[in-house]
Design a protein around this ligand. Structure first.
Ligand SMILES: *[C@@H]1O[C@H](CO)[C@@H](O)[C@H](O)[C@H]1NC(C)=O
Ligand SMILES: *[C@@H]1O[C@H](CO)[C@@H](O)[C@H](O)[C@H]1NC(C)=O
Ligand SMILES: *[C@@H]1O[C@H](CO)[C@@H](O)[C@H](O)[C@H]1NC(C)=O
Ligand SMILES: *[C@@H]1O[C@H](CO)[C@@H](O)[C@H](O)[C@H]1NC(C)=O
Length: 372
């Protein structure tokens, strides 16, 4: 019973280095048991169709309004003043050496101690902007699609498809959920362990943007860009099975500018400065969702969110739209400060800086008086 989900890591690592592999298998099994926060599907509540209709109407209302160039950057500057920089390039390019602060911290907040690995990696990347067609658009409306269970049954897919840029996170799938989450992916932001394993989640035009946390992440992304296989030895440096191939062309890969993570964590969320540690992180790494929202403010003119918000007062609600985990399992994670992030997102929505299309952070369309 305990070994009911044998991992790819366990199986593939067995022959070369049995001892290490057994150690990892034990660790991995402990991890699996500790997050078996599966929902009792019989008790889960289903979507209220009234709510779904209001959400769809609100999304159409957002899409029909005129797009305001540079709106979100100006608003972020208004709220956060000098803590937010208007001119941070979203992706890492060869010009990063000239960028202030990019080498002050170690990953994920900067490239301190990684300039050589970074240089080798950037040699492989032919592009570091949006593709030309988007770059030249006068006003870009973006939606960041989170993984929240709140998306399930809202049928926002049609509305989400109409945004200029659809940003997805980690392994959140499209296949099988298109009614709720749409079928376009302009950009997927992920760390190596989060990258979808299924080839069907990668699209010919989509950008694959990675966040680099550790040395092995540089080796993995290099192998992926070169379409090579990562050695079994290197695979042991990941806490879960990583994708063996990312089926996109080199021109579709990007590296997130770490200054955006630093800005999110240290300036906007006011998390403590990183200290050097032998193992693990201080609790100051934002979720990929919070990072993506700040990235979107640098990339886009207007930003909407969908599938954000973990309502911890509903322990038996779905955590994600695509699996069977329950909200209750969120209480057991210790990596991120969900309370601080929720307050930040609430502020953005209440101030009108970004829109919340599914209403999980702050619902603008729920009140009786909501506009038609
Ligand atoms: C998304 O779905 C629409 C309608 O079903 C289809 O026309 C379109 O080609 C799909 N786009 C992608 C990227 O799969
Ligand atoms: C990557 O390599 C495989 C063979 O290992 C090949 O079939 C595939 O077309 C290559 N992909 C790209 C994008 O070059
Ligand atoms: C969270 O759930 C509680 C209990 O169902 C509800 O009263 C509250 O409005 C929810 N909060 C949000 C932000 O949706
Ligand atoms: C999250 O951060 C707030 C301060 O912003 C702090 O009061 C709270 O204790 C933190 N929560 C956890 C679980 O660390």
């Amino acid at each position: 019973m305990k070994m009911k989900r044998p991992s790819g890591l366990c199986r593939s690592a067995f022959k070369p280095i049995i001892l290490v592999a057994i150690g990892f298998c034990i660790l991995y099994t402990v991890k699996l048991n500790s997050d078996s926060g599966r929902c009792d599907m019989a008790r889960i509540h289903y979507v209220n169709t009234e709510y779904a209709k209001k959400a769809q109407k609100f999304a159409q209302h957002v899409l029909q309004a005129e797009c305001r160039p540079s709106f979100v950057k100006k608003e972020m500057s208004r709220l956060f003043m000098q803590k937010y920089s208007m001119n941070v390039p979203p992706f890492t390019s060869k010009h990063i050496n000239a960028q202030q602060g990019a080498f002050k911290y170690e990953p994920p907040f900067g490239f301190h101690k990684f300039s050589e690995k970074l240089r080798d990696l950037l040699e492989l990347l032919p592009e570091y902007d949006f593709p030309e067609s988007l770059q030249s658009a006068p006003c870009k409306r973006c939606v960041v699609v989170g993984s929240g269970g709140i998306l399930r049954g809202l049928e926002l897919g049609h509305a989400l498809n109409q945004f200029d840029v659809v940003i997805r996170l980690n392994n959140a799938p499209v296949q099988g959920y298109t009614d709720d989450v749409g079928n376009r992916t302009t950009l997927r932001l992920t760390y190596p362990e989060g990258a979808p394993l299924s080839h069907r989640e990668y699209f010919p035009q989509g950008l694959f943007v990675t966040v680099l946390f550790k040395s092995a992440d540089f080796d993995w992304i290099q192998a992926m860009v070169k379409n090579e296989t990562l050695s079994l030895w290197m695979r042991l440096f990941f806490w879960k099975q990583v994708a063996e191939k990312i089926p996109v062309l080199p021109k579709q890969f990007r590296i997130l500018n770490p200054v955006i993570i630093k800005e999110t964590a240290l300036d906007i969320l006011e998390y403590p400065e990183p200290r050097s540690k032998i193992w693990g992180w201080d609790k100051n790494v934002p979720t990929i969702g919070a990072i993506a929202v700040v990235m979107a403010t640098h990339l886009c003119d207007e930003v909407s969110l969908a599938g954000f918000g973990y309502n911890l007062s509903q322990p038996s609600a779905r955590l994600h739209y695509f699996d069977r985990l329950c909200m209750a399992s969120m209480n057991r994670q210790t990596m991120h400060n969900v309370t601080t992030e929720t307050k930040f997102l609430q502020r953005l929505i209440k101030e009108g800086v970004v829109r919340d299309l599914s209403g999980g952070i702050h619902c603008d369309f729920c009140s009786k008086k909501a506009r038609d």
